[in-house]
Design a protein around this ligand. Structure first.
Ligand code: JD8
Length: 397
């Protein structure tokens, strides 16, 4: 992705040389170019501002240097005549959100115009749209007053840049994305377990993953209620087992969200099984789409969010065996019986004449096996299981 920034303070943007964004630039993932607006003035004082027509406080940025700077950006290393999307930070802009960051991360080229003083002469926006043919968006970092656009650009480039594949690129980051469910983070702790007379909450040392997941969810709810009550949505109140769970056969519209969920589960199971390697996100989306033709994926939604999935065949097998596979629950919702609800749905879909139901599971959560034993499943004998998986069987009469 190419990023051009026009500013009267190029030094303000030197942090983009550092850390993950700096590394991404070295790796060629981000092509960041900083331009000094004053290089496009022609007077001895390199003047970029003047007094406002109609009166009022402060100064306004003159249109001419901006027009020349934009011409320069568009002409630079651009034989194909491509056009960037132009983003102008301003307190009156569209709020910059994670959703907008995701949208902008898909663009091949972004240009940022950093205003100062009272802002930029309005005709610059009209010129960029109507004469240069650019899509222009005024974007605000938040409801407080800054002195110029540079700090907003630093924040936006960081938020956008980290979404570019390869900039952070690991399985954990995909799991993290699946947590973008509108609740704040739970509190986190590291060693030592007792420090300065303060102990880490004992549940985190218990090894009880269901209890830990439940505690963390409660902490997220309590924190969100205290700090950001505006984020609380009915879907979080009862949890995934709170009655709003809807299970239906997946359609192509479910594929992107389903692929992220399955990657999160795969990453989690790889971690639990001690195997390494990053699943390939692109291969996975295609695989998931193709799988809808050959099998049925049942998806569970809670409050609109896709929280779980399971796969069954499209047609009966001649030997009367009904295979349930790819059971997957959002990592933050484990231990709430969602997997049971999905397995029940998968069993209910079994055709007449089914003699046995086989359940193919990852061996990542041995504690879950107890619940399946209760539901009538027994470990399958023989060599049918792949490494890191277990196969359970339930006979039907
Ligand atoms: C760009 C000039 C300052 C703007 C008078 C002093 C973003 N969330 C945000 N808050 N403020 C900005 C922002 C402020 C800017 C400029 C962005 C250029 N100023 C001016 C008009 C009113 N002040 C911002 N993104």
């Amino acid at each position: 992705m190419r990023l051009d920034v026009v500013t009267i303070f190029p030094d303000y943007l030197t942090p983009l040389d550092l850390s993950l964004i700096g590394k991404a630039r070295e790796d060629g993932l981000l092509d960041v170019r900083i331009h000094d607006l004053r290089d496009f003035t022609h007077d001895r004082h390199r003047t970029v501002d003047d007094t406002p027509y109609g009166g009022g406080a402060g100064m306004v940025m003159k249109p001419q240097p901006w027009a020349e700077a934009l011409d320069h950006v568009l002409a630079l290393d651009n034989p194909s005549g491509a056009k960037p999307r132009l983003l102008v930070p301003g307190p009156g802009g569209r709020p910059f959100t994670q959703a907008l960051a995701r949208e902008l991360a898909l663009e091949p080229w972004l240009a940022f115009a950093c205003g100062r003083y009272e802002g930029i002469d309005e005709r610059v926006y009209d010129h960029a749209r109507e004469d240069l043919g650019l899509e222009v968006s005024v974007v605000s970092l938040g409801d407080y007053v800054l002195n110029g656009g540079e700090v907003a650009v630093l924040a936006m480039v960081e938020a956008i840049g980290r979404l570019i594949p390869g900039v952070i690129g690991n399985a954990e980051s995909l799991v993290e994305e699946s947590h973008e469910d509108g609740l704040l983070e739970y509190p986190i702790y590291t060693k030592p377990s007792s420090w300065n007379g303060r102990d880490v909450p004992s549940v985190l040392l218990s090894g009880n993953h269901g209890a830990i997941a439940q505690w963390r969810h409660e902490q997220r709810l309590a924190r969100t209620a205290a700090r950001r009550p505006d984020l609380l949505h009915a879907s979080h109140a009862g949890g995934a087992d709170g009655g709003d769970l809807e299970i239906a056969a997946a359609t192509p519209g479910d594929v992107p969200e389903l692929a992220v969920l399955l990657l999160a589960c795969a990453a989690r199971e790889a971690g639990a099984a001690g195997t390494s390697g990053t699943p390939d996100a692109h291969a996975s989306v295609d695989d998931v789409r193709a799988s809808l033709d050959t099998s049925i994926t049942w998806v569970a939604r809670s409050g609109g969010r896709l929280v779980g999935a399971v796969r069954t065949p499209r047609s009966p097998s001649p030997d009367g065996e009904w295979a349930i596979s790819r059971l997957c629950v959002a990592p933050d919702l484990e231990g709430r019986g969602l997997d049971r609800r999905l397995v029940e749905q998968a069993e209910a879909a079994a055709p007449d004449g089914t003699r046995s139901v086989t359940l193919h599971l990852g061996s990542g959560r041995p504690e879950a096996l107890k619940a399946y034993r209760k539901a009538g499943y027994r470990p399958a004998d023989g060599s049918s299981s792949l490494p890191g998986t277990v196969t359970l069987v339930k006979r039907r009469r």
